[in-house]
Design a protein around this ligand. Structure first.
Ligand SMILES: O=C(O)CCC(=O)C(=O)O
Length: 359
């Protein structure tokens, strides 16, 4: 991994999180046929008890780890679509509808920056029962179209959900936040996905404890030092922070460094909590033929920038610098469309081999 790797885990086995079948024999909760195939290789993310000192070291070092026994969302482990439909209340929910399995995020506020930008999914506000109907319709028609509910938990939820929420292991997570001087909890996003849904690779500027509640998700992470392999969209583009590479069919002419990408992966199931460090890329897929998935994440602001900066800078600090340069140029030029041409003029032919003079 990027800096010190304190744990080398075994290759994840499909038998992890096994469930007991009718025979009493433990059956694997998932198998390899439920994973999509990609061109790159991955190493496993360690699965550890939250009491294991190696888990603490990984989080301190901002490296991912799956924690198997935090009880973080224990009261929610009974949630399924029927329970939520009964108890979640009559608020509005953001539901994305995509033309295929990929839900590429886009920032609606940045859409005006790119002429002719056509999002590959659309967001609709609807009641929970409408979402359930929509999901059933899509399942019945069996086409490419899919739906994904992604809604910040708010005070419109019903009493039973509030009780479940208050029963989360706030003691443990508050300690995690305090120990690392992270900022405030900004939101809990509830995600309810159909089997096979994919959230393509992107990074967030927040720390994330990703708590799996129902079904299994495959999470492939890449450290911030793989920026050059993943080719994020420009900062002013609606798909800022998302990789431009199509993992299903990479275009190596446009994105040659994608050949060098190496991921870290884990399949998380009910009760698992994956720590996704700030600025780490993550690609997340609900397993094929795995049924509905339910997740709640916990997003925290990062720790404040230290007063004394230590060199060499870490990869994520360089990503933050690049983001700030793009933003400053956009403001200085008064037009985000001029940022790319100016950066090209500034760099092309000047930095490739600066020691050789042409006479
Ligand atoms: O679970 C997903 O599909 C995406 C979640 C995600 O990107 C996040 O929690 O940051």
């Amino acid at each position: 991994m990027a800096a010190a790797t304190v744990v080398e885990a075994e290759k994840p086995a499909a038998s992890e999180g096994a469930t007991a079948g009718f025979s009493g024999v433990h059956e694997p909760a998932w198998d390899d046929s439920q994973l999509r195939r990609y061109t790159f290789s991955t190493k496993p993310i360690p699965r550890l008890s939250h009491t294991d000192p190696r888990a603490e070291m990984l989080i301190n070092n901002e490296e991912p780890v799956v924690l198997t026994d935090t009880n973080l969302v224990y009261p929610a482990l009974k949630w399924d679509v029927a329970y939520l439909q009964e108890n979640i209340g009559n608020g509005d929910f953001s539901v994305y509808i995509a033309e295929n399995h990929k839900f590429l995020y886009y920032d609606e506020k940045k859409m005006a920056n790119v002429e002719n930008f056509v999002p590959k999914s659309r967001r609709l506000e609807m009641k929970f029962s409408e979402f359930v109907e929509r999901m059933q319709q899509v399942q019945q028609t069996g086409g490419e179209e899919r739906v994904y509910l992604q809604q910040t938990l708010n005070d419109t939820v019903g009493k039973k959900i509030v009780v479940d929420f208050l029963g989360f292991n706030w003691n443990w997570i508050n300690k995690q936040q305090a120990k690392r001087n992270w900022g405030q909890l900004t939101s809990n996003l509830l995600l309810i996905g159909m089997e096979g849904n994919v959230t393509p690779a992107h990074y967030d500027e927040q720390q994330n404890f990703f708590a799996q509640i129902k079904g299994h998700k495959r999470c492939i992470l890449f450290p911030p030092d793989q920026f050059e392999c993943l080719y994020p969209y420009p900062v002013h583009h609606p798909c800022d922070r998302q990789s431009q590479v199509n993992f299903d069919n990479p275009d190596y002419n446009r994105f040659p460094n994608f050949k060098n990408v190496v991921g870290y992966e884990a399949v998380v199931g009910p009760g698992d909590v994956l720590y996704i460090p700030m600025y780490w890329w993550h690609h997340i897929e609900s397993l094929l033929s795995g049924g509905v998935t339910i997740t709640v994440n916990f997003w925290y602001k990062g720790a404040p920038t230290p007063k004394r900066i230590e060199y060499p800078l870490r990869a994520h600090q360089k990503v933050a610098i690049m983001r700030n340069i793009e933003k400053m140029l956009g403001e200085a030029l008064g037009d985000p469309r001029q940022v790319g041409p100016l950066l090209n003029t500034m760099i092309t032919g000047r930095y490739e081999d600066p020691q050789e003079e042409d006479d």
